[in-house]
Design a protein. Structure first.
Length: 149
């Protein structure tokens, strides 16, 4: 039973992704069922390293409808599972000014565990965003011209 893959499409528009990591996601109670239904938003979320552990903030998991009063809060901070070497490497790279850790995808792995693909990102400048839009439009025009002929 594979779940949906939730992607953060805005991340590729807003940031240059330099490196990617896969992390396990610690969930409570009915969050798993809600995640399997795809009731998740990772658009405004980010990850931080605190005390040698990595936490994900602002990931919104809508409470499961058939749940009970013990449903966890939708935007609580969630622990991510990475090994110590990956956390050390990440903390070294995050100490460089201007880098951020953002989620790119949330999905279920081969064994059915919830996973998050994190991206080490640097924010794009406005002219970079404009250039990306221009390139996308040019590619679209080329495809349209090729399809027409």
């Amino acid at each position: 039973m594979a779940g949906r893959v939730i992607q953060n499409k805005r991340a590729f528009y807003e940031y240059h992704i330099t490196d990617k990591f896969e992390a396990g996601l610690v969930l409570k109670g009915t969050e798993v069922k809600s995640l399997r239904e795809g009731n998740v938003s990772i658009v405004d979320s980010f990850a931080k390293i605190e005390g040698g552990e990595v936490f994900l903030y602002n990931m919104h998991i809508t409470p499961y409808l058939e749940g009970n009063i013990f449903n966890p809060p939708p935007t609580r901070k969630r622990k991510l599972l990475l090994n110590k070497n990956e956390i050390k490497r990440l903390s070294g790279q995050l100490s460089i000014k201007g880098l951020t850790l953002i989620p790119l995808k949330v999905y279920f792995g081969n064994r059915g565990w919830a996973k998050v693909e994190l991206g080490l990102a640097k924010p794009k400048k406005l002219f970079d965003k404009r250039r990306d839009i221009k390139e996308r439009e040019q590619k679209r025009e080329i495809r349209k011209a090729m399809k027409g002929s």
